[in-house]
Design a protein around this ligand. Structure first.
Ligand code: ATR
Length: 351
């Protein structure tokens, strides 16, 4: 089945193309401005979506800013393919309104929420329950709205079509960390256990990637960051939590199985490489991953490809964090191919 996403609404005040990296870890994107004006570019696979009616339920991504988020295009394609009478929108929610906006989603019985920059850390205080993934990563990027039934069980709110729940809560999840390793495995075919990995960047995305790689028992992890102290702090955290992983701050000698760019270098066309050529050649890396996915091939990836490395960009991270969120809300396997196709069309469409 070949689904062709169509633009339903004309696009108002789309504010140009901005480079984007990582699955809504770092720089955030696009969307739907609830106030003061309407500013949306909701794209859905309309030929398969049920019409909006009184039973239509809403999912949303909250960010600030939220313009350029590709999540509505990706999620509406997935929702339509699953035959759900839901729509996914983007809300520009200022940080001081986040608590109210989450409470509003509960009151309106939204199916669920995604959160992007700058809401992921602070939202930990605004949800009523946590999945283990939030305890592990200390951040919330997905919320499921749940209702309590007569027996006291908490169920997804969309299951309460007839009898209303006794009580409603927001449960927080984190689908970002898992998406990193899923993308590395599926897009690069990497076997992480025992691998030698060079990770560039120790900011928010770099720290989560380092911890997640350590939890997957990589053999050796080398951390490099412009600000040395941040890489040292992440290395110290890993030494405390993952005793088996050999971790060093600095470039490796010899070959590595994988080199990852988790810095923001490469978002601008004239950026230098995020790696110091004198200390490490990308030819030493069998596989190279850039969390930046727009442009699709940064100079970093082009250089790696020219040197013979396998390459992939961070689009898979965005895809898999969103696919997992849809699974958490719907209880069904996400239609990955359809979501990927919609995402690619949205992210790489000409301005
Ligand atoms: P995110 O949450 O998206 O990871 P971040 O926490 O601001 O964003 O991290 C950005 C990363 O890119 C950091 O590793 C940063 O290095 P510093 O920790 O030294 O700031 C790195 N970075 C950004 N601009 C850079 C530059 N011009 N040169 C080298 N590294 C840079």
């Amino acid at each position: 089945m070949n689904i062709e996403p169509r633009t339903l609404n004309t696009e108002h005040r789309i504010s140009g193309h901005i480079p984007v990296r990582s699955p809504e870890f770092g720089v955030s994107f696009l969307g739907f401005e609830l106030s003061p004006g309407v500013n949306y570019n909701l794209r859905v696979t309309d030929e398969f979506a049920s019409p909006i009616d009184a039973s239509t339920r809403i999912c949303a991504v909250y960010g600030f800013p939220v313009k350029h988020s590709a999540s509505p295009a990706m999620q509406n394609a997935g929702i339509a393919a699953l035959g759900l009478n839901w729509r996914y929108i983007a809300g520009e929610v200022a940080p001081e309104n986040l608590r109210t906006a989450i409470e509003g989603a509960k009151a309106m019985r939204f199916v669920g929420l995604n959160l992007t920059v700058p809401h992921k850390l602070v939202a930990v205080d605004f949800v009523d329950a946590f999945d283990d993934s939030v305890k592990m990563w200390g951040a919330v990027n997905t919320i499921r709205i749940e209702g309590r039934d007569k027996s006291g069980a908490w169920l997804p709110i969309h299951q309460f079509a007839e009898v209303p729940p006794d009580k409603i809560r927001a449960q927080g999840f984190n689908t970002d960390a898992e998406a990193i390793t899923r993308s590395l495995r599926e897009d690069l075919g990497i076997e992480l256990a025992g691998a030698r990995v060079l990770l560039l960047g120790a900011g928010g995305a770099g720290r989560v990637a380092a911890l997640k790689l350590a939890s997957e028992n990589v053999g050796e992890l080398f951390l490099v960051n412009r600000t040395h102290s941040k890489a040292s702090a992440v290395a110290a955290e890993i030494r405390r939590r993952h005793l088996n992983v050999k971790i060093q701050v600095g470039y490796p000698r010899g070959e590595v199985d994988l080199c990852i760019n988790a810095t923001s270098i490469g978002l601008s066309p004239n950026d230098p490489l995020p790696v110091d050529n004198k200390q490490f050649s990308l030819r030493q890396a069998h596989a190279v991953y850039d969390m930046i996915y727009r442009p699709a091939e940064t100079q970093f990836l082009q250089t790696a490809k020219a040197g013979g490395s396998r390459i992939a960009n961070g689009l898979g991270m965005l895809l898999y964090q969103g696919a997992k969120a849809l699974e958490i809300w719907s209880g069904q396997p996400a239609p990955i191919a359809i979501m990927r196709e919609a995402l690619v069309k949205e992210v790489y469409r000409p301005n």
